[in-house]
Design a binder for this molecule. Structure first.
Ligand code: GTP
Ligand code: SPV
Ligand code: MN
Length: 639
């Protein structure tokens, strides 16, 4: 089959090269940096296919070295992609095209043979909200319309990277091919990238996830700034789980372009995890030590921009407690031979939300990010520093501020200085409370799983699931106010089951069955739901959050230890009277409002969950989850 000059082959998204002889390709095309000889035959073949399709001017095989970073920084400075931030050590500011500022869920697709392998198929699910399916033919057409020649005049970078510590049995390898030096530098922070990964590939089974990325070249007539090439109109992010393959076009931003993160570690990862019997989740991992010196690990799934990074790095306000960070966004969890659920953080850095990060809210992040960091879409100050909403503004005295669009900024403008989804990309090793076991290839044992979201009304600060199946139901019923991390407009309460709605790699009904089946594989952790975001009738947060969330972790810790500090409620177990430690907390805490369960609200909530399951999951909903809903409705009716 031929499509616009690109031959299509079964078993791969990217068609075969005209010549399989890499040396031939290399002769007509200079390998400008690195040595093609270090590539395994399979990697060589993949690179060659991509060269043939994208027609770059040169190839750069990334070695992961500091010298390489210097080279790329120099290049990006010249192109205007990054600006120096001389106030700090080795920090840079990137300003994107204003049309390329967040993940684009609506243009993200999973390709499987049958539609229902990707999404629940129900008569009412139009449009479905649990992922987008694409057929093989449409996927090939999408590639054929965008990729041929898309790297003309550019350098193609080949990034070998490991998700998880290099060589760990829980880790997986990827090869990202990209035409963006910004992506290379970000991947070198967010993953373990470079030569050591190729050594593992050569010595191991040679398997890798294929990740092709191009910022794209708009159709003639469409102009974009040269400092941030992209093609927002034609952006598309494609996954083919059967071939462990990802193809992303048109965006240079975050989860769209750093393909190890959401595309690999979550979407492709969840399909591998399903096959192999483990879990790939949108979760932070933290270790917490109590005043007696006992330590547990906790994983927590909150939707994008709902507090994972903050919780993962929290400074407990409760005396005697210590929190240490294993990861802030993604957890790969697997039962070991003793039936203990163990988690690794497959990432190597933090791609964290900048606005709201301050000495008061997240001092640990502030101690992490002012070295070796790439900032994207934050504001800059005339002394060579950065600024964003929520940062202590005392620092601004006598300084001028340039906003994320590059324009002079003042508070009076009423516009944000930093984009709400502006981020820092910083090495995890720089975090002063990084857990001593964060790179342990066996992973850390997980005692509790937290689900949560932004719920301004009705949902209490914390409650506990009665058992595993109830916990899976709570994850499935998660809802949260939308944030700037995705392209949604306005603040609406959206369903975001398991905080994974944008990241499922396969049918959500099958995902639920997989979660339910975990109980048979080992000792399952306790499950909780938390909500730091409940508001008073005046619209103020009822809970101070941040370091005071340690008070909730304290209750969870005691529950994990079996303390009977709870009472039953229609929605789950609540802290019994006096069990939540609020002593020494600043300001008045209205616990009765924080834990109030309004009957009308919960009746409505149960109906909303029912409607969602019916419309979006339909016949794919596992019976035990449906039964949980029936039970909730009955209990709420008798409230
Ligand atoms: P992603 O990286 O998009 O997955 O986001 P995340 O879940 O890591 O969210 P993050 O910790 O970056 O928090 C996002 C926003 O929520 C920031 O503006 C924080 O200041 C705010 N936030 C985090 N924790 C709390 C809290 O306990 N209370 C309140 N009120 N706001 C919080
Ligand atoms: C998220 O949106 O959950 C993120 C940011 O962590 S991105 O990497 O852009 O997906
Ligand atoms: Mn995230």
């Amino acid at each position: 089959m031929l499509l616009k000059g690109v031959q299509l082959l079964r078993g791969g998204l990217v068609g075969p090269p005209k010549s399989y002889n890499f040396r031939l390709v290399c002769r007509s095309l200079s390998v400008q940096y690195g040595d093609a000889k270090v590539l395994t035959p399979a990697v060589k073949q993949y690179v060659e296919k991509c060269v043939d399709l994208c027609q770059p001017e040169r190839v750069h095989i990334c070695d992961g070295s500091a010298g390489e970073s210097k080279l790329l920084q120099g290049l990006m400075l010249k192109q205007g992609t990054i600006l120096p931030l001389p106030k700090y050590d080795n920090c840079w500011l990137a300003r994107t095209n204003p049309a390329d500022v967040a993940r684009v869920e609506s243009k993200t697709f999973i390709c499987t043979e049958r539609r229902e392998q990707t999404v629940p198929v129900t008569p009412k699910a139009t449009p479905g909200t649990l992922g987008n399916w694409i057929s093989e033919a449409d996927l090939q057409a999408a590639i054929g319309e965008r990729f041929p020649g898309c790297m003309k005049g550019r350098t193609m970078y080949v990034i070998p990277f490991s998700m998880g510590p290099v060589g760990s049995p829980l880790s997986k390898i990827g090869i990202e091919i990209t035409d963006s030096p910004y992506v290379v530098e970000s991947m070198k922070i967010m993953t373990r990238a470079g030569n050591p990964v190729l050594d593992v590939l050569r010595e191991g089974d040679g398997q890798f996830v294929k990740c092709l990325h191009s910022v794209g070249t708009p159709k003639s007539g469409v102009q974009v700034q040269s400092s941030w090439p992209c093609d927002p109109e034609r952006t598309i992010i494609l996954h083919k789980p059967a071939d462990n393959e990802i193809v992303s076009y048109g965006s240079g931003y975050g989860g769209n372009s750093l393909l190890g993160k959401k595309c690999f570690a979550l979407r492709i990862g969840s399909t591998i995890a399903k096959r192999e019997g483990w879990l790939a989740e949108h979760m932070l991992i933290l270790g917490i030590t109590n005043p007696e010196g006992k330590k547990i690990y906790v994983a927590a799934a909150f939707p994008s921009a709902c507090g994972k990074t903050n919780l993962a790095m929290m400074t407990p306000s409760l005396p005697g407690y210590k929190v240490e960070c294993v990861g802030d966004d993604i957890a790969w969890m697997k039962f070991d031979s003793k039936g203990v659920l163990r988690a690794i953080n497959p990432e190597n850095g933090f791609f964290g939300v900048a606005p709201g990060t301050s000495r008061a809210t997240n001092p640990i992040a502030m101690d992490t990010i002012f070295r070796n960091t790439v900032f994207t879409n934050v504001a800059s100050t005339s002394d060579g520093g950065v600024y964003w909403e929520g940062m202590e503004s005392a620092q601004l005295k006598d300084l001028t501020v340039t906003d994320w669009l590059g324009k002079l900024w003042s508070k009076e403008s009423g516009k944000p200085a930093a984009h709400p989804n502006s981020r820092f990309c910083t090495p995890a090793t720089q975090c002063p409370i990084i857990d001593p076991a964060w790179e342990d290839s066996a992973g850390v044992p997980i005692s509790a799983i937290l689900f949560g979201g932004r719920r301004p009304a009705g949902v209490p600060l914390v409650y506990e699931a009665r058992d595993w199946t109830h916990g899976v139901f709570i994850g499935a019923a998660m809802r949260s106010e939308s944030t700037a991390a995705a392209e949604h407009k306005g603040k609406v309460i959206m369903h975001d089951p398991f905080a994974m709605r944008p990241f499922f790699g396969y049918n959500f009904g099958d995902y639920l069955s997989h979660w339910l089946s975990m109980e048979k594989r080992g000792t399952v952790p306790k499950v909780f739901h938390v909500n730091w975001f409940r508001k008073s009738s005046e619209g103020k947060f009822l809970w101070p959050g941040f370091g005071d969330n340690s008070r909730v972790l304290d209750w969870i810790f005691r529950r994990v230890q079996g303390e009977k500090c709870f009472e039953d409620s229609p929605i789950g177990r609540l802290p019994s009277k006096g069990a939540l430690n609020v002593s020494g907390i600043e300001g008045n805490i209205d616990l009765s409002q924080l834990f109030d369960l309004p009957k009308a609200f919960w009746q409505q909530e149960a109906l909303e969950i029912e409607r969602y399951f019916e419309e979006q999951v339909g016949g794919h909903l596992p019976r035990p989850v449906a039964e949980q809903l029936t039970e909730l409705k009955a209990r709420v009716a008798n409230m």
